[in-house]
Design a protein around this ligand. Structure first.
Ligand SMILES: [Zn+2]
Ligand SMILES: [Zn+2]
Length: 182
């Protein structure tokens, strides 16, 4: 496999600054160029009226079908409330060792929890989420290191505890996986 780049597709408006910070950090973490794109989908077909949320499994499949290529890792960026059947909500998900993932900013803002908004905190959380999902596409599983970006997060507080980069152990797995794919 000849991996050429990482593609971030925004479905919704995230602001230039947010997209640029995230793409810079992603580029740095995975040493691959990042291409920013915009997606224009009518998300209503993914909406589940009973849960009033969006079906993350179907969104992920659709990204895979419509955008993913063998030479890229593709992440769809959303601003809707994502769910999978077994969980109340998710921040994002990805195919392990696959071509794509999704992440949503929806549950990451302080405003969502009745606290005053802070753009810095939001950017920080979102970049961790995006890097986390990308890590899965590179074959990384959840890490037990408290500050590693690959640690699983249920609440935003969990995200705040970790850094936006891989620990040494995950980095060496990434490098090993990456080399063996070439
Ligand atoms: Zn995960
Ligand atoms: Zn780790």
């Amino acid at each position: 496999m000849d991996l050429k780049n990482i593609v971030l597709i925004s479905f919704g408006y995230f602001g230039k600054e947010l997209s640029e910070i995230i793409s810079r950090d992603v580029e740095h973490e995975f040493s691959l160029p990042v291409i920013l794109q915009e997606g224009h989908w009518d998300l209503s077909e993914f909406y589940n009226p009973l849960r009033r949320q969006y079906d993350a499994n179907r969104l992920l499949d659709k990204i895979d079908e419509s955008f993913a290529t063998i030479n890229s890792k593709t992440i769809g960026l959303f601003n809707v409330d994502l769910f999978i059947p077994i969980l109340t909500y998710i921040f994002g998900q990805a195919y392990l060792n696959g071509r794509c993932g999704i992440a949503s900013v929806y549950r990451l803002s302080n405003e969502r929890y009745g606290i005053i908004n802070d753009d810095q905190i939001l950017v920080n959380r979102f970049r961790k989420e995006v890097i986390h999902e990308l890590g899965h596409t590179f074959g990384l599983i959840h890490c037990t290191n408290t500050t590693c970006v690959m640690r699983s997060s249920t609440y935003v507080e969990d995200i705040d505890q970790k850094k936006h980069f891989l620990c040494h152990k995950c980095r060496s797995v990434l490098e090993k996986n990456h080399l063996s794919q070439d």
